[in-house]
Write a protein that binds this ligand. Structure first.
Ligand code: ADP
Length: 198
C-alpha cells in the first residue's frame, strides 16, 4: 500500500501515520523527520536545510525529492509506505509520480486531514509542552512566528495538491478535528473503500 497523508502542520499526520504503519506493515516516510535527522547529524543537506526549516520555509524540491528517491528504494519500503510531509508542492507530486511510474508502482490514495486552522497553533503549543515534560527538546520551528510561515507555505504551496489529487480520483478527505480514534476509523473506512465513512 502506498499512501500520502496531506494536511497542515499540527493536523495529526504523524499520529495517523504511525497507526497506518502498525496496521498495514508499511513504513512511515516523513521528510520532516529525515531533514531533522540530517540537521542533527550535520550532513551537507542538514546544513543547507536548517535555516530554512527554522524559519518555517520549505527546503528546495530537488533536496527532498532526492531524499525520497533514495528512501523508497530501501528494502523496508518495498511492501509500501505512508508519506508524511511529502509531497508539499505540485512539482514534488509530479516527481513522485515519475519515480513511482518508473518502478511500475502507483499510489493507492491521498488522505487529507481537514482541520480548522485556528486550532493549529494551540496543537503545536501542546506538542511543545508535552515534549518539554518528557525532557525532550522542542522543535526549533514550533513557535508562533515559524508556525505563521509554515501555514503560509502550506496555503500557497501545498494546499493546491488537494485539487491535483482530487483530479486524479485519489483524494480521501477526513475530518481531522475528530478524536484521534475516530480519525483512524475514517481513514480505515476510506481504505476499505467503504462510503459509510466518507
Ligand atoms: P510540519 O509539522 O510543518 O508538517 P514537518 O516535520 O513535516 O513539519 O517539516 C518541517 C520542515 O521541514 C518544513 O517546514 C520544511 O522546512 C521542511 N520540509 C519537510 N518536508 C518538506 C518537503 N516535502 N519539501 C520542502 N520542505 C520540507
Amino acid at each position: 500500500m502506498r499512501l500520502i497523508l496531506l494536511g497542515p502542520p499540527g493536523a495529526g499526520k504523524g499520529t495517523q501515520a504511525q497507526r497506518l504503519v502498525q496496521k498495514h506493515g508499511i513504513v512511515q516516510l516523513s521528510t520532516g523527520d529525515m531533514l531533522r535527522a540530517a540537521v542533527a547529524a550535520g550532513t551537507p543537506i542538514g546544513l543547507k536545510a536548517k535555516e530554512l526549516m527554522d524559519r518555517g520555509a520549505l527546503v528546495p524540491d530537488e533536496v527532498v525529492v532526492g531524499i525520497i528517491a533514495d528512501r523508497i528504494e530501501q528494502p523496508d519500503a518495498r511492501k509500501g509506505f505512508v508519506l508524511d510531509g511529502f509531497p508539499r508542492t505540485v512539482a514534488q507530486a509530479e516527481s513522485l509520480e515519475r519515480l513511482l511510474a518508473e518502478r511500475g508502482h502507483k499510489l493507492d490514495g491521498v488522505i487529507e486531514l481537514k482541520v480548522d486552522e485556528g486550532m493549529l497553533l494551540g496543537r503545536i503549543e501542546k506538542r511543545v509542552r508535552e515534549m518539554t515534560e518528557r525532557g525532550e527538546k522542542p522543535r526549533a520551528d514550533d513557535n508562533a512566528e515559524a508556525m505563521k510561515k509554515r501555514l503560509e507555505a502550506y496555503r500557497s504551496q501545498t494546499a493546491p495538491l488537494s485539487d491535483h489529487y482530487r483530479g486524479k480520483g485519489l483524494l480521501k478527505p477526513v475530518d481531522g478535528m475528530a478524536p484521534i480514534d475516530a480519525v483512524t476509523q475514517a481513514i480505515d473506512g476510506h481504505l476499505r473503500g467503504s462510503s459509510a465513512h466518507a
